[in-house]
Every structure is written in structure tokens, then in C-alpha cells.
Design a protein around this ligand. Structure first.
Ligand code: ATP
Ligand code: MG
Length: 249
């Protein structure tokens, strides 16, 4: 089993788009029962998959002592892919979690769901607070999409400092260069310097279209370069997880 969090301190870098895409690949192509868990009050992950809006306003209740995540998990139109949608109740989650004082609440919840869902993909809000602490404790792998800019590199440094200062174990980080445009000199420079060896997701109108069509790119533009890049990223993640499983076996 593996918990893969798509996380960045910066907003609008493509986290939700990527989390939804990876969850779809995990379920449909790799054939794992997969849960896409949305922790962002904006609730975009389910929406991108074409799910109806969640009206229950109960998403945060899952974190209470007697919380029942299974009651809120819904199937999607895709085989083996389920979603735990977010809603406005998640706005106060950070405060509520700090009050409870259990740093591993999310980790316990994902562990309890792991028999049913060997892959759990978490769409994270762009925060560095109690919620990100919970994510660090629960995740086996942190995918960090970063646009090719000095500010994004600085944010990645901040994140690395933050987690190395923590006394707790933290997951490995896989930075992914996102919204990459090879026509731009700055992007090329970042790619050849700082980001050598990182997976690259191009700036792509086909990826933008996933929000218009509310469907994963592979369902309508399987031929595109962007789809190929996303598949390569998913394959790299699967290899990393297989290696980790082999080492711990
Ligand atoms: N590779 C890409 N190429 C072009 N557009 C993209 C790409 N990835 C995401 N987008 C677009 O960028 C916008 C922001 O994407 P998304 O909502 O996934 O970011 P986010 O990091 O989850 O944002 P937030 O921090 O607000 O949750 C959306 O309009 C999305 O369609
Ligand atoms: Mg998002």
C-alpha cells in the first residue's frame, strides 16, 4: 500500500490537476483500487473527475475520533477509482486538528483504509501548518509540482528546511517541474541547472482542457506529449514504490 501526496506550499502550480491524473492512472491503467482524497476546502479534485458537488459539509468530520471515512467515499465513473471529496467544513480543519493534538490522525485513517485501497492519492492545500504536518506523517511519497522559477525553487528549499528541522520521519520528496515551456529561456535554464533529472510536465492546453471537459487527459488526448509525460511520471512513481516495497520486504 502507498499514500502519495501531491503537495506544494505554492498555490496554483497544478497540484489538483496532477493528483486527479495520477489517481486515474493508478486505478485505470495500473489496476489498483485507488482512493483520491481531497484535503483542500476548494474541493476541486472530485469536480475535475465530473463528480457532483458534495453537499454534505461533513468532510472534516472524518478526522473526529469516531469519524467514518467510508460513509463519505464515493465511486467515480472510472473502474477502481473512488473519491473522498472535500467541502467547506475543511476550512477549519487545521484549527480542529491542532486542538485534537494527534499528529498522526491522517496516517491512522489512511492505514485503516489501506486494505481496501492499496493506492491513496492525496490532493493537498497549499499550506504549511497542522494539515501539512499530518500529510508528512501519512505520506510514503511527496510529489511536489514546481513551476520553473526562482521563487518556486526558494519554496522547495523552505519545504526541505522545514521537514529536515522536524524531529519526525518524513517521506521522500519527488520534485516535478510543472507548467514547463521549452520556448522560454528561464524555463530551459532551470531545467538544465536546478531541475536536472526531475520529471517534467509541460505547459499544455490539453492539460488545461481537463478542467473544461472534467475528464482525465488520457480519455481524450492520449496521443499528446503531455499525456506521455504524465504516464512517464506515473511509471517513475510506481518504480519508486516497488523499490521501496522490495527494500522493506
Ligand atoms: N501543465 C499544465 N499546463 C497548463 N495548465 C495547467 C497545467 N497544470 C495545471 N494547469 C491549470 O492551472 C490552473 C491551476 O491548476 P490546479 O488547480 O491544478 O493547481 P493547484 O496547485 O491545485 O491550485 P491550488 O493551490 O489553488 O489548489 C488550472 O486552471 C489548471 O487547468
Ligand atoms: Mg488544488
Amino acid at each position: 500500500m502507498a499514500v502519495i501526496a501531491v503537495y506544494s506550499i505554492i498555490g496554483g502550480v497544478g497540484k489538483t490537476t496532477l493528483a486527479v491524473d495520477l489517481a486515474w492512472r493508478s486505478a485505470v491503467l495500473s489496476r489498483h483500487a485507488t482512493l483520491l482524497w481531497d484535503l483542500d476546502p476548494q474541493g476541486g479534485a472530485g469536480w475535475l473527475l465530473g463528480q457532483p458537488e458534495s453537499i454534505a459539509r461533513r468532510a472534516a468530520s472524518v478526522f473526529q475520533r469516531d469519524g467514518r471515512p467510508r460513509e463519505l467515499i464515493a465511486p467515480t465513473r472510472y473502474p477502481r477509482l473512488s473519491v473522498l471529496q472535500s467541502d467547506e467544513s475543511m476550512r477549519s480543519l487545521s484549527v480542529a486538528l491542532a486542538r485534537i493534538g494527534k499528529r498522526r490522525r491522517l496516517a491512522h485513517l489512511t492505514a485503516a483504509l489501506s486494505a481496501e485501497y492499496p493506492r491513496i492519492i492525496v490532493d493537498c492545500p497549499p499550506v504549511l501548518n497542522e494539515i501539512s504536518d499530518q500529510i508528512m506523517a501519512a505520506a510514503d511519497l511527496l510529489i511536489v509540482p514546481l513551476p520553473p522559477s526562482p521563487l518556486a525553487a526558494r519554496a522547495l528549499d523552505m519545504l526541505r528546511r522545514e521537514i529536515s528541522n522536524s524531529q519526525h520521519r518524513h517521506p521522500p520528496i519527488l520534485p516535478v517541474l510543472s507548467m514547463y515551456d521549452a520556448r522560454r529561456k528561464l524555463h530551459r535554464e532551470v531545467h538544465t541547472g536546478l531541475a536536472a533529472g526531475w520529471p517534467v510536465i509541460p505547459m499544455s492546453s490539453m492539460i488545461e482542457q481537463t478542467a473544461v471537459r472534467r475528464a482525465p487527459i488520457a480519455t481524450f488526448a492520449a496521443w499528446s506529449e503531455a499525456n506521455l509525460r504524465l504516464q512517464r511520471l506515473w511509471d517513475a512513481i510506481e518504480s519508486k514504490l516497488a523499490l521501496r516495497a522490495a527494500i522493506s520486504a
